[in-house]
Design a protein around this ligand. Sequence first.
Ligand code: CS2
Ligand code: MG
Length: 402
Amino acid sequence: MKITEARVIVTSPGRNFVTLKLITDEGVYGIGDATLNGREKAVVAYLEDHVCPCLIGKDPANIEDIWQYLYKGAYWRRGPVTMSAIAAVDMALWDIKGKVLNTPVYNLLGGKSREKIMVYAHANGKDLEHTVDEVGRHLEMGYKAVRAQSGIPGIAATYGVAKGKEEYEPAEKGLPKETFWSTEKYLNFLPSLFKRLRDEYGDDPNLLHDCHHRLTPIEAARLGKDLEPYHLFWIEDAVTAELQEGFRVVRQHTTTPLAVGEVFNTIWDAQTLISEQLIDYIRTSLARGGGISHMKKVANFAELYHVRTGFHGATDLSPVTMAAALHFDLSVNNFGIQEHMPHQEILNEVFSYNYTFEDGFMYPGDAPGLGVDIDEEAASKFPYDPAYLPVNRKEDGTLFNW
Ligand code: CS2
Ligand code: MG
């Protein structure tokens, strides 16, 4: 079998997605997700100009060799653009292999380690009481785990909270919007939210929170300690993690579990964090971390150090990544939890998928391959619509982490 065509499909049903389709001489094809939120066209160019031509004529069965060819063969390693492109190729190759062998991808990864995948939902509200209601609404929908983000008194707009009535979506149309931030106001407020949530809903629900890279290690240590009475499932991205050693400070001070990694691209971004047991959950998605082949190595490495998976699953990852993640989650022993941020309805005009949600858990389905497809004609009706993630500043104007 040979790859005869590699096509990049850009479409915007509700938000932008980049999809790679690999077609073989036997008519079997596979698809992979290459969406890099706010930098979509960079991955399109990387794929079309530098990756697709190299794939023509290759045997799609040799997934590991093609992965190494694209990684080592580029000479310029790592980085979100390169690794998103490699991830898309890798997902498409696993999809082809599953279809050729007539089996779902989870079977190729070692089979089922569990029957169902616990997912967490996003609850966000404009203020504390609104967030409490939103958490309740998601618990009623059956979710066993809910991430709570709230508007903060004195801060006009904050990460994770919808502006109007529509669902929260990280990227906004047009050039980047600017938001403002106060760590002091945030740290003073947040424990009251989780106290209120435990008072209202008791000990059972798994509660999570995303700090979105805004604290220093010692600030994160304070937050972790303040939240200990409310036993969160995790706090996520408490600190930016270019300096992996920074997590030593957080770890020494608090027993609140730590999750990080949605912006990581390879094992090298988490090597110290994992091997020194500085984190509890690794969040790198298959789309950012070089696909199934590389993330399998990351998960296996993490398993040695009691670190579990908790993959990123925001709306900027297409149903292809969601499907691939669910196959992966079903197969690895050290699965922890999977993020689930449902896409807009309109996306169903372009993508079809076999995965399902029921009573707080998700299932990848048993279709051969990844069990997901894209309708190219429908996709062409939704042209690329530039959108960016916000830029964040401190109240005095200093440029800060968003
Ligand atoms: C996030 C994302 O889901 C999450 O945990 O941190 O919403 C993130 O902001 C986006 O994926 C950025 O594109
Ligand atoms: Mg996050």
